[in-house]
Design a protein. Structure first.
Length: 177
């Protein structure tokens, strides 16, 4: 009889261990899912490439990089966003696409820079509201143009004036990940 009782205790302990392991595994998955946020460094990376092409006074490269940015914006996954964040993304997505298309289609760097100005404003708002960055993003300011842009580094490389005034500007904000 003691053997049967010991066997039942053993089986109950095994069930408890299995249930405890399953619970820990489930808790781990739920914690990871809760910590996941929709981030898209693809958009920021492509934007930085556009910014750097403009800083290098390279209209052709700017066209090419803007095409990549447009694809990244179009492919942005909203399925993990909350309803509020989806509304925020919808508010900026069309504006981002509009300016990016103009940059991609235009060969004149002055026109590209005009659209880069509004692109930068809208992307800043989207990044800040949705916390899209997984690394620090620097918001920089050009006092001559009275315009802002985003950068992956704190070093100034002015996309609005390129080689004319490459280092003109200052960091106004750092958006932490």
């Amino acid at each position: 009889m003691e053997t049967v009782i010991d066997l039942l205790k053993f089986l109950n302990m095994k069930k408890f261990q299995i249930l405890a392991c399953a619970f820990v595994a489930l808790l781990t998955v739920l914690t990871v899912k809760a910590q996941e946020k929709t981030t898209d460094n693809t958009i920021l990376t492509a934007y930085f490439d556009v910014k750097n092409a403009l800083a290098n006074d390279d209209a052709a490269a700017t066209n090419t990089k803007a095409d990549v940015l447009l694809k990244a914006i179009n492919n942005f996954k909203t399925d993990q966003l909350s309803a509020t964040d989806k509304t925020v993304w919808a508010k900026y997505a069309e504006k981002l696409k509009f300016d990016t298309r103009h940059i991609a289609e235009n060969k004149e760097i002055a026109h590209q820079r005009e659209h880069f100005n509004t692109l930068s404003q809208n992307l800043y708002e989207a990044v800040k509201a949705l916390k899209l960055n997984t690394t620090t993003v620097y918001r920089q300011y050009c006092p001559m143009k009275k315009s802002y842009w985003l950068s992956e580094t704190s070093a100034i490389k002015n996309p609005f004036y390129g080689s004319q005034m490459l280092t003109c500007g200052s960091v106004k904000e750092a958006l932490a990940p």
